[in-house]
Write a new protein. Structure first.
Length: 481
């Protein structure tokens, strides 16, 4: 099940002599060879501090998580083990199969504990075989073959390997298998050391939802709200851009970090397609018996080169908006209802604050709780997803509208992405401000919450602002600050 670099990558790798971490790798292989056959050995090798996204230069399926608080950055390439599932029970199924994978993992050396990284489709069968999301499935989390993890000024490269492979390397009569592993390590070290260029993509063609279809969709939602069939529906649109040349996704991820350090950056690559973004919205984080979530709904555009006085005026306008306050309150109440049954304490401010981002200001309410008893982070995510911030309310009617009216499949857009460990701790973000990149094709997604007082033109303008997060990182808006 391991994914190894191609012969071309191995051929380009540096010679083992003087290779950083080679001695640690050798000692780790000796220990790994002595483990039971069904174990997964994780050999932790100290590494230099580098942009985690640079590891994505290596081929293979890949994952990335860079927390907005700069607490941790993780990138992985190749797959030693994975947990996947489909259908309505996918959260529970991934938690169960992921626990089996993590129970087999043994870390050799002073390195970070294992965790699985990945995500979910917005809805089951949202990544159907016939659409661009075909390789992603309903849910997929990976234990990478090579993981780069950085915490502050400490960093590691971790090789996840089967004991049988370690024994093959140890017992090989010639040096080819050992040389291959050294070459993999050298390729990873070289990828992390090479600078990442600023992306400068050029659009050859753009396909977008016609404005009149958007207007018709918004009016249809408002009509259903007037009839009492729903209170809010989040309408999303997708912009497909054909680029002059294929995209360096590693560079795009690094640029997202530079432009949006206050957001969590994420990436999942399956085959040639990569889903990437910089999201301001946490769905759930569990640390022992403590959980954190947040409501992020109600927004106003922030103009380029906004001053502090501009931001103050925009924040006040947002706080004074009855429409935005009502939309925000729907999300707060949904989080309270989702987490309340599992928490002995649940605390949140009585009034929202305003969170200022590069392109937009949001109403923001943090939610903190303490669990009655241990509960897997994926179970908590299942109790929350989709919140009214990305789906609507009531949930069933909103999701029915999305499934029947949105012209482009959401795939993993607006769904939970993140990580979990063997204890059930973990963190999942809401995959907004995101898009799917496949070679020279980029599909950018953005949505807007539609309530009774929504205006189609204003909501279109809001999605335009949200699309700037990824289009700017691609370099499509090089003139935008």
């Amino acid at each position: 099940m391991s994914a190894r670099p191609s012969a071309a990558v191995v051929a380009r790798a540096a010679e083992p002599a003087g290779l950083p971490g080679a001695a640690v790798l050798e000692r780790g292989l000796e220990e790994a060879a002595r483990l039971p056959a069904d174990a997964i050995a994780r050999i932790a090798i100290p590494a230099a501090v580098a942009p985690a996204a640079a590891l994505w230069r290596l081929p293979g399926d890949a994952v990335l998580w860079e927390a907005r608080d700069a607490e941790v950055a993780i990138a992985g390439v190749g797959v030693t083990a994975a947990a996947s599932a489909g259908g309505a029970a996918r959260f529970d199924d991934v938690a169960a199969s992921g626990a089996t994978v993590l129970a087999r993992a043994v870390t050799i050396g002073d390195g970070p504990a294992p965790r699985l990284l990945g995500g979910f489709a917005f809805a089951p069968r949202g990544a159907a075989p016939a659409n661009a999301w075909a390789g992603f499935g309903d849910a997929w989390f990976a234990l990478p073959r090579w993981t780069y993890e950085r915490r502050g000024q400490a960093a590691w490269l971790v090789l996840a390997i089967a004991p049988t492979e370690a024994r093959e390397v140890r017992d090989a009569r010639d040096a080819r298998e050992r040389a291959r592993l050294h070459a993999e390590l050298a390729a990873a070290v070289a990828a992390l050391a090479e600078p990442l260029a600023v992306p400068r993509a050029r659009a050859e063609a753009t396909m977008d939802l016609p404005r009149e279809r958007w207007t018709d969709a918004i009016e249809d939602i408002r009509g259903k709200i007037a009839l009492g069939q729903c209170r809010k529906v989040v309408a999303a649109r997708a912009r497909k851009v054909e680029l002059a040349t294929p995209v360096d996704v590693a560079a795009v991820l690094a640029e997202l970090g530079r432009r949006h350090p206050e957001c969590t950056r994420f990436g999942v690559r399956r085959g040639s397609a990569a889903f990437v973004g910089a999201t301001p919205e946490r769905l759930i984080r569990r640390r022992g018996d403590e959980v954190d979530s947040e409501a992020l709904a109600g927004s106003i555009a922030r103009p380029p080169r906004a001053t502090s006085s501009d931001d103050q005026a925009l924040a006040q306008a947002l706080l004074d908006s009855a429409k935005d306050r009502g939309e925000h309150d729907l999300v707060v109440r949904a989080i309270e209802q989702g987490l309340g049954p599992w928490c002995r304490e649940l605390a949140m401010p009585a009034e929202p604050a305003v969170r200022t981002l590069r392109h937009v200001l949001h109403l923001h309410t943090p939610v903190h709780g303490r669990l009655f008893a241990p509960r897997h982070v994926l179970a908590l995510a299942a109790a929350l997803h989709p919140t009214p911030a990305v789906g609507g309310t009531p949930t069933a009617s909103a999701l029915a509208w999305i499934a029947t009216h949105e012209p482009a499949a959401r795939g993993w857009y607006a769904a939970p992405v993140g990580w979990f460990d063997a204890t059930g701790d973990g963190e999942l973000a809401v995959a907004i401000r995101s898009g799917l990149i496949d070679g020279a094709t980029a599909t950018l997604h953005a949505g807007a919450g539609i309530v009774r007082d929504s205006d189609a033109a204003a909501e279109w303008a809001e999605t335009e602002v949200k699309l700037r997060a990824l289009s700017g990182a691609l370099g499509l808006e090089a003139s935008t600050p």
